[in-house]
Every structure is written in C-alpha cells, then in structure tokens.
Design a protein around this ligand. Sequence first.
Ligand SMILES: Cc1cc2nc3c(=O)[nH]c(=O)nc-3n(C[C@H](O)[C@H](O)[C@H](O)COP(=O)(O)O)c2cc1C
Length: 338
Amino acid sequence: MVKLFSDFKLGEVELKNRIVMSPMCMYLCEKEDGIATQEHIIHYGARAAGQVKMIIVKATAVTPRGRISLRDLGLWSDEQVPAMQQLVEAITGQGCVAAIQLNHAGRKAKVEEPGLAPSALAFNEEYPAPQEMTEQQIQGAVQEFRAAAQRAAKAGFQVIEIHGAHGYLVNQFLSPLTNQRSDGYGGSRVKRQRFLWEVLEAVRGVWSAPIILRISAEEYAAQGNHPQDYLELVRELKEWGVALLDCSSGAVVPAKIEPYPGYQVSYAEYFRQQTGIATGAVGLITSPLHAQEVVANERADLVLLGRELLRNPNWPIYAAKELQTEIMVPDQYRRGWL
Ligand SMILES: Cc1cc2nc3c(=O)[nH]c(=O)nc-3n(C[C@H](O)[C@H](O)[C@H](O)COP(=O)(O)O)c2cc1C
C-alpha cells in the first residue's frame, strides 16, 4: 500500500512525503515590484517547518501585464531574483522542495492596461475587455515564460509549475470558450494547444529540472473542455518533460461549482489510469485519512492542500500522529509533540 508518508520521486527530485502545499496567492508584495518580502518567508517557512515536503509558491507573474493583482510576486526582472533566492533557502532549509508556479493572467489580469488574451472576450463585467493578442505578442509571452524560468533556476527553485488552469492565459488558449481565433493558435483542439506546447518547449530549453502542469480538467460549461478533451494532450506531456499533472478545475468562465471533499480527485485518477502520468489531487482534502485514501487507492501520487494549510501550517505533523507514523519534527518544536 502506498502511504501518505512515503517518499516520491518527481523526476530527479525526491519528496519525503506526499503532502504538497498548493499554490495560493497571498498578495503580500509591499509595493508593485513583484519582489518577495519577509512575510513571504515567514508564510512559506512556517509551512515548510510544518513538514509539507513540497511548496508550490503562488502564481508568479512572468510579466507585469500578466499579474492577477498589483501585489503579485513576479519573475519578470533580474531584480526579483535575490529575494526569491532567500525564499527558496527558507523553504529548502527545512528539508522541503521549493517549486514555483509561473503564470500569465491574460484577460484575468487586474492591472492598469487591458489584459492580453487569445480573443477579445471579457471574463465578466468586473474585467475590461482584453486585447486580442497578435502573433508577435504571443511569441513575446512565450519568451516571458522562458525568461521567468531562467530566473527561477537562478533563484534555486527545484520544480516549476506552469499554470495552465483557472482561466489564465494558457487556459484561455486551451479553452474553446475563450479562444475563438482562426489562425494557427485557435480553431481545432490541436491549434488551441499550440501556445502551451510553445511555452513548454521554451521553458524546457532553459530548465532541466521537473515541470508540473496544472490544468482545469473540467470547465463546468457544456461547450467547454471536459477531462476527455485533455486525454491526447496528457498522453504527450511526458515527452515534453512534464513530470506531474496537477488536476484542478473551473474558473475559465463564470460557472457555479458545488465543491465537496475530494471533488477534483476523480480527474487525477482518470488521467493517471488512462495515461500512466503521475498526478496530484487537490480540492477540499482536509483529513489525514482522506489524504491517505487518495494515495493508497492510487488515485493520485501527491495530495495538494490549500486552505487547510492556511488554517494549520503543522497539518502534516498532526496527520502523522493520526496515521501513527513517526516523522521528523524540527528540534526546536519537538517538545510540543511529545
Ligand atoms: C487564497 C487562495 C489563493 C489561491 N491562489 C492560487 C494560485 O495562485 N494558483 C493556483 O493555481 N491556485 C490558487 N488557488 C487554488 C488552490 O491552489 C487550490 O487549488 C484550491 O484552494 C482547492 O484546494 P483546497 O480545498 O485544499 O483549498 C488559491 C486558493 C486560495 C484559497
């Protein structure tokens, strides 16, 4: 039986348990410079000390115009690298793998200029209509992902996650709901995938460590993508150096979702079974037994926790107690767990 507290090899990177911190925007930058702060170090350092064994740092913008908010982290400039290096050290110093999610928000950017998107369709009334990207702008965005990946390597990150979910730019190209282009980047499913392949190729050119791809496996709209629409793409991901598929859903178009515990686990299970790719399950997994169930029944290889880790940075230590597993507790906290 695969246990929650067992090693996992993500490419060449070793994780000492299967518990991962899901990327979560914290809007903690003090200025609009995208530079990591002391608060980021405290926030992520505490979770690393709490024995999560991989942290995926929040959606980090590859360009100022691709920020979800003005207080997002960024990797669009070399000036952002030294603070990121310190953040990486705070994470890895606790024996935790440091991963970073690279993102371009596309039409969901909340910045001064209108967002860039495959088609000039606004997400809803709260967002201005975006500008339809020219081929040159598309190539520019690909190069921005590449340059950000290079900076992530300089900062010492061990894993990159490409944000292909939640209706941000990569997802906007993938979805027929948001991509109505008729050139080489839209129309057929294959053409809608071209931007993602170009991003992966560009990142791969400067990054030799593992890549994770996060997708919205289900868009909760009849004409949108459903898990089976991703099957061919996922089958090819390994060849493109993607070590793990992180299976999320939604946020592509406004749609009502009624989440329940493990509501996205079936997507991780589906792609794992159908293609053999390693997967991460996320979404309302809050109890140790539930997390154990997901890995033990081989529905997913890793379990990502979001909100539960906001409530309880030490969740993995509590989980180990509940699952009667001995784990390392940092010396300075040991007496609290006797
Ligand atoms: C405050 C907050 C910020 C989030 N920011 C991101 C993000 O930057 N990137 C991302 O892919 N998902 C983001 N998410 C989604 C989480 O990563 C996760 O997929 C979702 O919360 C479901 O998991 P949970 O039920 O364990 O919280 C965010 C969620 C929350 C609550």
